[in-house]
Design a protein. Structure first.
Length: 212
């Protein structure tokens, strides 16, 4: 977009800003007006431009999962039909949707976001031990040195079984949750269910074989 980008009688960037601010202010009438301006004067790519702007607004402003998913779907399929109804209805939906500052969770996420920015500037955090599972280089280094993996919360079979066990036992999980001896019969039952005692069709590496 050039500095003198125009949409009809308007500065194009001002129209985009007005559309987003209409959504912030939950002003359906204004939002639909600015959508219409963009579609009327925006040229061949107008539908895609409007859909992208609505998706950006949904991502930045809205705290409503269904509305955000709908905005992404519209953006993904825009231009497949000549009708523009979906754009007007989406703009209205975004205006009426809950915004991030209207929920305690949204406000808390905004505060923690600022905290994360500050933490990175002041003193970058260490990667926690529970992240050093078999998907990481240091996890394998720990394994070879005898320390072992910290796979309590990993996404593989053993990690999922451990996570589920900890939650069933304690009703919650935290970085301090630890496996006890009663877990291992449960894991053996899972291995039997998965027929881990049968030969694998794919050869395992030495490291993988030692885990069994």
């Amino acid at each position: 977009m050039s500095d003198d980008w125009r949409v009809g009688p308007y500065d194009g960037r001002e129209v985009l800003s007005a559309l987003r601010k209409s959504i912030v202010l939950a002003d359906v009438r204004s939002a639909l007006y600015w959508v219409n301006v963009l579609l009327t004067f925006g040229g061949r790519g107008a539908q895609k431009m409007v859909a992208r702007q609505l998706w950006i607004a949904a991502a930045e402003i809205v705290d409503d999962d269904t509305a955000v998913i709908r905005a992404h779907a519209v953006m993904s399929h825009v231009g497949e039909v000549v009708e523009t109804d979906h754009l007007f209805y989406l703009a209205a939906r975004l205006c009426r949707s809950r915004k991030w500052w209207e929920s305690g969770e949204g406000v808390e996420v905004d505060r923690l976001w600022s905290e994360a920015i500050g933490d990175l500037k002041r003193q970058p955090r260490e990667v926690p031990p529970y992240a050093l599972d078999r998907h990481t280089r240091r996890g394998w280094e720990n394994h070879r040195s005898g320390v072992g993996f910290d796979d309590r919360f990993s996404g593989d079979d053993l990690g999922r079984c451990k996570t589920a066990y900890l939650f069933r036992r304690d009703g919650q999980i935290s970085d301090e949750s630890q496996i006890d001896p009663e877990f291992w019969p449960i894991w053996q039952e899972r291995r039997n269910l998965q027929s881990d005692n049968l030969p694998d069709r794919k050869p395992k590496t030495d490291d993988q074989a030692r885990l069994l």
